[in-house]
Design a protein around this ligand. Structure first.
Ligand code: SF4
Length: 315
């Protein structure tokens, strides 16, 4: 892995721009979540595709697509951070989360499955916790079936995280936000029932919440069992795509509240869901390491977002 640029600071996050051994330019992230010390939690977020064909409304990594990364190219991203941080392939952190979520929808690349099989062999990492976040594109059933087998074989008893991007309960609006063919709620709910085993982490239903997003807790409850699924609400981070598409975040990060969706959190809780309002470090917006952000889009854009991508590159 040849590092081209890096942005960030050690106590929050680094974004790396690198060239893989096959010559593809990728972005990947290392982060901690203060005040949690690195000994307790280390997070790596890697790219799985070069660009992304999905082109979700608020994501800067979509809108162009140049192919899939090999398993080796994904592992190069992890190896680089692990070896730089810990000196060898041993990661002592109590939780070592690897998210397949920087650039690319992971379910579009079968090589992700090979990486998942390789991780426990490659690293001495008792806290290893892979995390797949997906829009559940259609025609990828074989990928998702293999995912169940791999989770059961390698990551039983709660050592795997699966998240589905939902964003809206209005199908038309959801299609606008995620403009590709994908599983509907019934498909996700039925898969979740087969995926989930006692002792597993609950499956996350994620809502990146914009002011205009329509969310009916009743509709979620109609399909999704609170014993299997939990709800996670996140802000829409400052991205170029969010600005182009006039999406304003509906999360008041300071007050940790949803002023445009009053009573929503409570309603989900009444239905028995575990609810996570996940706000994260605002400084990550300035670094460009947050979800949906993509440094290359920033570098190529004439417009500049005032509250994001404020760090100079360190080589
Ligand atoms: S959110 Fe994920 S699936 Fe959507 S464009 Fe971005 S990388 Fe692709």
């Amino acid at each position: 892995m040849q590092i081209l640029e890096k942005y960030g600071r050690d106590d929050i996050a680094w974004v790396f721009l690198g060239k893989t051994s096959k010559g593809n330019t990728v972005e990947f992230v290392e982060s901690v979540q203060p005040p949690i010390p690195r000994e307790d939690k280390e997070v790596i977020i890697i790219s799985t595709l070069v660009g992304c064909p999905a082109g979700c409304f608020m994501c800067d990594a979509g809108g162009f697509y140049e192919g899939k990364l090999s398993a080796g190219e994904m592992l190069e991203q992890i190896d680089y951070i692990v070896c730089k941080r810990f000196g060898d392939f041993k990661v002592p952190s109590k939780k070592f989360k690897i998210q397949f979520a920087r650039m690319g929808e992971p379910a579009l690349n079968d090589e992700v499955l090979e990486v998942l099989k390789e991780l426990p062999r490659r690293y001495i990492a008792p806290g290893l916790l892979p995390s797949i976040s997906t829009i559940a594109p259609v025609a990828r059933e074989a990928f998702f079936e293999s995912l169940i087998e791999i989770k059961n074989e390698y990551y039983a008893s709660g050592r795997f995280q699966l998240q589905f991007s939902i964003h809206s309960t209005d199908y038309r609006q959801r299609d606008a936000i995620i403009p590709v063919k994908k599983w509907n709620f019934k498909d996700i709910a039925e898969y979740g029932k087969r995926f989930y085993k006692e002792g597993d982490r609950k499956i996350t239903l994620n809502f990146a919440l914009g002011k205009e997003n329509i969310i009916e807790a009743e509709k979620i409850r109609e399909f999704f069992d609170p014993d299997i699924f939990l709800i996670k609400i996140t802000p829409v981070n400052p991205t170029y795509r969010a600005i182009e598409n006039n999406i304003e975040s509906a999360v008041d990060s300071g007050k940790k509240a949803l002023p445009y969706h009053p009573g929503l959190l409570e309603k989900f809780e009444e239905f028995g869901y575990q609810v996570i309002l996940s706000i994260g470090e605002l400084e990550e917006n300035k670094i460009g390491s947050n979800c949906g952000q993509f440094v290359q889009r920033h570098l190529n854009s004439k417009l500049k977002i005032s509250e994001a991508y404020k760090y100079e590159s360190i080589r």
